[in-house]
Design a protein. Sequence first.
Length: 336
Amino acid sequence: MSNHFTGLSLGPPLGDQRLDLCDLYAFRAPGEQSRTALILNANPRADALHPDAIYRLNIDNDGDLLTDVAFSWVYGQPGPDGRQTYSVYMATGADARDPEPAGAQIIRDADVSFGPRADVAVDGDAYVFAGSRSDAFFFDYDGIKNLFDTSGKRNFTAPHVGSTSPWTGVDSNAAANVFSMAIEVPTEDLAPRPELHVWGRCSLRHDGSLVHADRAGHPSVSSFFNTDDTKQEYNASEPVHDRERWTDQFVHLLGHTGGYTRDEAIAALDDHRILPDVLHFDPSRPAAYPNGRTFTEDVINVRVAFLTKNEAPPTGLTAHTDTLDAFPYLGNPHPS
């Protein structure tokens, strides 16, 4: 989830990159203050998504951490020429809590965009997209390895904070692509009161059942806080249970990475609103993480500062410049 670090220790969900959720964004549409854009990125290979999977944006609009609005993308079998189609469903109320793609089918058998042109589907006031785009996430992969011990079952343990900066200054994602699912709708359709809680979900039909393979909320939380032993359970669990199930594990890690006491760790988790692991967005305010998320925030800098109790130096990286002012907002894919 918001997970570009799977290569360090934790493999992709169920061993399949197509099921790997990378990043989640929420912001007001530029120049359209009454509209909200939501983007869920997956599959760092940026090729066809899994035809037996359901990729979903869940939105809680009343604070109970149960889904009130859901947008589900499902994909056809890729053809021999690589072409793939997708359909999108919108569900509200009780239907939104059905893990299947319930509700109204707002897009039917649209073409996935794999080339430089972004083919946008329209249903009434909704803009919808699925396809390969330039990845806006920026991070220093080697710097993260320099800072944290990435051996063993836990990706990130005690940081190596010293007089020499761990950062290399190299953006490891400068030419990366990702598979993006984007939707823009009138904010009133999401009915925020006043805040939205948003999380992504990828589920797979496997051996006759629906397996929750991955989920996405806060950027890079799962990557830093999970272990090989807990990742699968974490991915399958629901945000409504996060505080009771995961607080102790998160507190334990913060003790290693930042020397937090238990009380300090709990206070920090509450202050940063890390648990439950959902992206908070109040559309009446400009988006900037942790209120929603745009493409410009250095979320790794935010996360590392949090983990180390502000002892680690800033990464020094800058945002990508190829993002767009118009839907679907992520830039055209880089040539393969």
